[in-house]
Write a protein that binds this ligand. Structure first.
Ligand SMILES: *Cc1c(COP(=O)(O)O)cnc(C)c1O
Length: 368
């Protein structure tokens, strides 16, 4: 009997970590289950966006290959040239365009370097290594912040891209505009600096990053934005990048055509058309975030300052135990073994139950 030989992928792919998506909650007797594991918007999209999706145009027709109508709507909404916007299937699609255009394996067989903070968004190593590039993770500080000095010091002649995530997923803190400007002044002008602003709308800090001002001033800056979080359209997969045309011209070449589907495009445009309602919903979540973080502080938890729609519990070795205790309460949270637990801000009753869990939790390292 012959055995089927394993068909091996490229070396870069063989060593990739698997993306661990947030799990759904387990049912528990008498408890409404809540998913607090994927930073989704618990309030969902605005009604007009849901309606636009339901009434989406002819499903047997291809959408516009580069989502022209969406880009036009965004250009008007943001006050940027239409050609500075490149859409993708989620901002992950847009990030993949940036990495595949700017980082890969050099002619000598070694990977271009891509620097990012770590722990940060778990998709980064996957996208970077899949492109054949070399990831250079720079540890975040103990309070979950990017160590911009260390990141600037990590730049070498091989560095092609730097990813900044603000607010940082999963730890929560946001960068300040002043800090990012100082950083950009230290970075060579031929290194692309991607600023991932997935949680932009939730930021309430002093001196928030003004991404649009940065991209106008620095030709090597690209912004990443998404309809998945504030707009509540994660299920439709639509996001985009904003950069000067010296960058977007190349992104257009590597972009998967038709990446934004017709339903997603229609819903995203409708959501932009009701931006006040979107901001109202975001404000409700920000208020809930304030309530949750105040209750945790009251209960003696010491957690990094969050500017996003989630909190980070730095539980270290106690992370999986805490996630298990949450699971028993029908709350799905996102543990990172040995590091911490990320918990999304959900609907008020979900947050109530999470607060109760935190105030009564007595597991190992319960109060960090
Ligand atoms: C959720 C998230 C995104 C959004 O990804 P989409 O592909 O747009 O759904 C991007 N970056 C970070 C850091 C995120 O947490």
């Amino acid at each position: 009997m012959s055995t089927t030989p394993e068909i091996l992928p490229r070396d870069a792919v063989a060593g990739l970590p698997a993306y661990a998506a947030g799990k759904p909650p387990r049912p528990a007797e008498g408890l409404t289950p809540y998913k607090l594991s994927s930073n989704e918007n618990p309030l969902g999209p605005v009604p007009a966006a849901a309606q636009a999706a339901a009434e989406a145009p002819a499903l047997h027709r291809y959408p516009h290959p580069s989502a022209e109508a969406l880009r036009e709507a965004l250009a008007g909404h943001l006050g940027v040239p239409f050609d500075d916007i490149v859409a993708g299937a989620g901002s992950l699609g847009a990030l993949t365009q940036l990495i595949s255009a700017y980082a890969g394996t050099g002619a000598d067989g070694t990977g271009d370097e891509v620097i990012y903070a770590w722990r940060s968004f778990e998709a980064y190593p996957i996208v970077v290594r899949t492109a054949g590039a070399q990831d250079v993770p720079v540890p975040v500080t103990t309070d979950g912040r990017h160590d911009l000095q260390a990141m600037a010091a990590a730049v070498t002649a091989r560095t092609r891209v730097i990813l900044l995530c603000t607010p940082n997923n999963p730890t929560g803190p946001a960068l300040s505009h002043t800090d990012v400007v100082r950083f950009l002044e230290q970075v060579p002008r031929d290194v692309v600096v991607v600023i991932d602003e997935a949680y932009l709308e939730f930021v309430r800090s002093a001196d928030p990053v003004d991404g649009l001002a940065l991209y106008r001033q620095y030709p090597n800056v690209a912004l990443l934005r998404t309809f998945s979080k504030a707009h509540g359209l994660a299920g439709l997969r639509v996001g985009y990048s904003i950069a000067q045309q010296s960058i977007t011209a190349h992104l257009r070449k590597v972009a998967v055509p038709f990446a934004v589907n017709a339903v997603a495009e229609a819903a995203a445009i409708a959501s932009l058309g009701h931006i006040d309602e979107v901001h109202q919903r975001v404000e409700e979540i920000v208020q809930e975030r304030r309530r949750v973080t105040a209750a945790l502080a009251e209960a003696g938890w010491n957690i990094p300052e969050t500017q996003a729609n989630f909190v980070w519990l730095p539980l270290g070795q106690g992370s999986l135990d805490f996630a298990e205790a949450a699971g028993v309460q029908a709350l799905a949270v996102r543990p990172f073994a040995g590091e911490g637990v990320r918990v999304s801000i959900g609907e008020p009753p979900a947050n109530d139950r999470f607060i109760t869990l935190c105030t009564t939790y007595s597991g190992p390292q319960g109060a960090a």
